[in-house]
Ligand binder design. Structure first.
Ligand code: ADP
Ligand code: ZN
Length: 576
């Protein structure tokens, strides 16, 4: 119809709207006009017709193209997804920017950086960790005046690792260093480094060090270093991201020059899981042990926290300390808080001893559940066990001094410890010395048997170590008569192509039996020796246990004095 009308010359004008043609007929030629002036219109679908324009021209009618909705839709159909994608991109980038921004903002936002006057903590606020404070004082000196510290040469400490159970004041101590030195304190948690997005963790490490360098002298404190520095091979699934972050951290550590005045402190309660690369010389090669406070330490911590509380005059920190074995510094801070709250609720004018008793009772349940409080009979057993080690060591193995005996549990595994320190470098050990070491290891078990007449699981670790030594004596050092001077436990010798499969050995079953018997004999022998020794020094051991139960730790000096007095009495008895 459209073409017919067009050819007939009856059309006035044509509008091309999208794929439609809207034609208006000339008024005069409209036969079907019902009324004069009325225009009839034709709407036609536009066909694929390359000659259309030419035809319209020839016909000499007005025509034009009008944009329509469908064209708009067409355009939108590809613009809209693009906008959506862009928006999503913005959103993601915005989020990433914000998370990253937290690290970046370390230097910018006042909330995160403790600028000079912002660290109000001093060494006086950290109680009961005097050895750690002594070590850190050098660092404070250095931060106060970085230029002077290197004057006489010598390597400056680069990284210092604070090791100890949670709540013992590691963070507090690091902040105190910043406070004493009046320098900014940058802190970050090891787990914050580990990010979901690949590369972000490493970027954070870089940012942190950059920020710190810009603010030198200052302190960087990495809490929970183990989250970042877990030994790389230990996880079955290689975690590339973690590894990248750790590598970046190591690279920053190596690249940074402490003489610029940036000091790195880190804290962990699990030093054993740290990647050995972190502990290598020139990195965190200095460690400071921070243990839970002993009784005297708890008195000090309590005094610190009681400063801000109004206490009744009858309230004695010593008495509270005696009731709270196993409490960490944080637990004690909590205890003071709790007692103060109870007194407030009571409407009292000061916190009284009864409030502390009630608060202790309340807290005990929770701490016991978390395995941090030992029952009295357990403490007694641990005291006898550790004094067994100490007594055997003092009597049988003078090559190492007994540095400290403690019955403060360090972790779930170690309920107490006897720390020893070699008095000289040793390169060779004679058989007698190895036997003495075995006897010291078995001293714990022997003491439990002699004084408590029953064994316990507490000796498992000792037995492990003793077995290792005894096995080495038999299979590697040729120290057994029956097994002879033969190596049974050869280091694998790949050059001969004789790789021994794990679990297999190149000797007969009869020989294996002999080896086992010889190992057993060595250990039994050492146990007898330990038992005889302990029985002989019974009075010393019992006095040690008494003091240990009272004070929870025994220092080297105390033990030495006690031992000297005991030896005197003994020699007098002999003379008489
Ligand atoms: P960590 O970092 O070792 O887990 P924190 O330093 O965070 O422990 O200690 C938490 C809180 O416990 C401190 O803010 C402080 O109130 C209290 N606290 C812990 N140890 C001590 C201490 N030795 N002296 C005084 N307060 C302590
Ligand atoms: Zn032991």
């Amino acid at each position: 119809e459209f073409l017919t009308e067009l050819q007939a010359g009856r059309l006035d004008s044509v509008r091309i709207v999208g794929d439609k043609l809207e034609a208006v007929e000339k008024t005069s030629t409209t036969p079907a006009a019902k009324a004069p002036g009325e225009q009839r219109g034709i709407v036609a679908m536009r066909m694929e017709d390359p000659d259309l324009i030419q035809r319209l021209k020839t016909a000499g009618i007005k025509f034009g193209q009008v944009p329509d909705g469908s064209a708009f839709r067409d355009v939108m159909s590809w613009i809209l997804p693009m906008l959506l994608m862009l928006g999503f991109w913005w959103f993601v980038m915005g989020r990433m920017g914000r998370t990253q921004g937290q690290v970046l903002s370390l230097g910018k936002s006042k909330a995160k950086v403790y600028a000079e006057k912002d660290v109000p903590i001093r060494f006086a606020d950290v109680a009961g960790v005097d050895e750690a404070k002594d070590e850190l004082r050098e660092m404070v000196e250095f931060l106060r005046n970085p230029a002077a510290a290197g004057r006489l040469g010598g390597r400056l400490p680069k990284g210092l690792l604070l090791v100890g159970p949670p709540g013992t004041g590691k963070t507090l101590l690091a902040r105190a260093v910043a406070g004493e030195a009046q320098v900014p304190f940058f802190s970050i948690n090891g787990s914050e480094f580990v990010e979901m997005f690949v590369g972000l963790g490493a970027a954070r490490v870089r940012d942190l060090f950059e920020q710190a360098r810009a603010h030198a002298p200052c302190i960087i404190f990495v809490d929970e270093l183990d989250a970042l520095g877990r030994a790389r091979a230990s996880s079955i699934m290689a975690n590339d991201e973690k590894e990248q972050t750790l590598n970046q951290f190591l690279a920053e550590l190596d690249g940074f020059d402490p003489s610029k005045g940036v000091v790195l402190l880190a804290a962990t309660n699990r030093p054993e899981v740290l990647d050995p690369a972190l502990l290598r010389s020139g990195r965190f090669d200095r460690q400071i042990l921070i243990d839970k406070p002993d009784r005297a330490g708890r008195v000090e911590v309590l005094k610190v926290h009681l400063r801000t509380v109004r206490v009744a005059p009858d309230c004695d920190p010593g008495a509270i300390a005696a009731l709270t074995p196993g409490f960490s510094g944080a637990d004690l801070a909590n205890l003071v808080n709790e007692a103060a709250r109870m007194a407030t609720r009571r409407g009292a004018s000061a916190v009284e001893t009864a409030d502390f008793h009630e608060a202790i009772e309340r807290m005990m349940g929770g701490l016991e559940r978390r395995n941090r409080i030992m029952r009295p009979e357990e403490r007694r057993r641990v005291a006898f066990h550790e004094m067994g080690h100490a007594t055997a060591a003092l009597a049988l193995d003078p090559s190492e001094a007994v540095q400290k005996v403690s019955i403060i549990p360090r972790s779930a595994g170690a309920l107490g410890f006897t720390m020893r320190r070699p008095l000289e470098d040793r390169y060779l050990l004679a058989r007698g010395e190895l036997e003495a070491k075995l006897a010291v290891l078995l001293g714990g078990r022997a003491s439990e048997m002699i004084f408590l007449h029953e064994s316990s699981t507490g000796a498992a670790d000792d037995l492990d170590k003793a077995t290792d030594i005894a096995r080495a004596m038999v299979t590697r050092f040729g120290m057994s008569e029956l097994a002879g001077q033969i190596t049974y436990d050869r280091e694998q010798a790949p050059y001969l192509g004789t790789r021994v499969l794990p679990g297999s050995h190149d000797y007969s079953d009869e020989t294996a039996r002999v080896i086992d018997q010889e190992i057993l004999k060595l250990v039994d022998h050492a146990y007898d020796k330990a038992a005889r020794t302990l029985a002989r020094h019974r009075t010393f051991l019992e006095e040690g246990v008494r003091q240990l139960l009272q004070n929870e730790t025994l220092a080297e000096e105390t033990l030495k004095d006690l031992w000297a007095r005991h030896s005197e009495v003994e020699s007098q008895a002999k003379g008489a």
